[in-house]
Design a protein around this ligand. Structure first.
Ligand SMILES: Cc1ncc(COP(=O)(O)O)c(C=O)c1O
Length: 393
């Protein structure tokens, strides 16, 4: 049997802190490794597999599109691209879409649009205010946007044009705003930094500040969007509308995809000012359209809200049983538990042994982001395994 993990050491750049398992197939909320061991997947490809692995409707759309037309240049109109743009506009507060290939690329495009807007409408303003502990992607500009020293340090100096300030502080945003500011970019909930939600009224206050000063609000809904928090978009829960929103992860249910949507009034690009070879190609867009159609037709966000509430209250019960669990945070099917010490990795590895995939999001915290199609039985199964595992600590 080939030792894939040895091969990785030899041939693949070691940028990932790998878990010693080689996954070979997936179905719904389950994956199997190369020894045919089955796991319940509460990592979901990092909040990507919203409809589960190999969802039949999405697989059918991919196969049909792969047999029809996979890629053209964006000089031509293609039907899946426009179908997907129409359905996203029809179910969000934004009217114009641009499609690309990843979350970082979506945020890059969102920032370029805000800078273009700044150039045209705000005397050349170009700075974007972002938050500490945010995560916006791995390109150089998005590393500068991401307010975490550990990501920036290896690549200093950072590109200019970003100011990182405290999350949940409207005063910090106000203090950082200058005549050079063109936008504020925030996650609707900070996922990578351990699942932290905006305080009541924070996003509304940011929205009001943007309106007062004429700067744009960019919401990064790459992790929170498309049902994850129990509504199609997270902004719906916080009583705000955004000017620009970035999406990726679950949008095409596993097919690489990124998008940014904009309010018509700030959709200021003209031909040639932005582009992508693969972005918005028929294959990815057919997968995206099938995903969004299924999500809407089957009220998957409502399921995420219902099952999420059940999962989060189960995690609360575990907190009451184990004093070293100090906090439970969650909305919809994005949740985390925090420990009073750095035991996240050990807990995640024992869960793995017992057939449950969870994400150690911080040394002292685990994150849960299962497919949004799970029912209470999968939540119970995960909670049962976690209970047994925690009992051993
Ligand atoms: C909120 C947020 N923005 C951006 C990204 C970057 O997305 P990608 O890895 O597809 O570039 C992520 C990825 O985890 C994310 O969670």
């Amino acid at each position: 049997m080939t030792d894939w993990q040895e091969l990785e050491k030899k041939y693949y750049m070691r940028t990932f802190d790998r878990i010693p398992v080689t996954l070979v197939r997936g179905q719904g909320a389950r994956v199997w490794d190369d020894r045919d061991k089955q796991y319940l997947d509460f990592v979901g490809g990092w909040a990507v597999n919203n409809l589960g692995h190999c969802h039949p409707e999405v697989t059918k759309a991919i196969i049909e599109q792969a047999q029809t037309l996979v890629q053209t240049s964006n000089q031509f109109f293609t039907i899946p691209q426009l179908q997907l743009a129409e359905i996203l506009a029809g179910h969000s507060c934004l009217q114009r879409a641009f499609f690309c290939n990843s979350g970082a690329e979506a945020n890059e495009g969102a920032v370029k649009l805000a800078r273009r807007y700044g150039k045209l409408k705000r005397n050349g303003a170009y700075e974007v205010i972002t938050a500490f502990d945010s995560f916006h992607g791995r390109t150089l500009a998005m590393t500068a946007a991401t307010g975490q020293a550990k990501f920036q340090e290896p690549y200093q100096p950072m590109p200019v044009g970003f100011r990182n300030v405290a999350y949940n502080s409207i005063e910090a945003i106000k203090a950082a705003t200058t005549s050079q500011t063109c936008a504020v970019m925030l996650e609707a909930a900070q996922g990578e930094s351990g699942v932290h939600f905006p305080d009541d009224g924070y996003l509304k206050a940011v929205r009001a500040w943007c309106d007062e000063t004429g700067i744009l609000l960019i919401l990064d809904e790459i992790q929170t969007g498309l049902g994850r928090l129990g509504t199609l978009f997270a902004y719906e829960q916080f009583g705000v509308e955004t000017d620009i929103m970035s999406l990726a992860k679950g949008l095409a249910n596993c097919v690489p995809f990124g998008a940014f949507l904009a309010y018509v009034g700030c959709s200021v690009f003209t031909p040639g000012e932005h582009g992508s070879t693969f972005g918005g190609n028929p294959l990815a867009c057919a997968a995206g359209y099938a995903t969004v159609r299924f999500l809407l037709d089957n009220h998957i966000a409502d399921n995420a809200a219902r099952v999420g509430q059940y999962l989060i209250s189960g995690l609360g019960y575990l907190r009451s049983r184990y004093p070293f669990v100090t906090e439970v945070r969650g909305r919809g099917l994005l949740a985390a538990i925090e420990f009073n010490r750095d035991m996240g990795q050990q807990v995640a590895l024992v869960c793995l042994e017992k057939g449950l995939l969870v994400n150690k999001v911080k040394p002292n915290a685990l994150r849960f982001m299962p497919p949004l199609i799970i029912g209470k039985s999968e939540a119970d199964e995960a909670l049962g395994i976690l209970d047994k595992v925690l009992a051993g600590f």
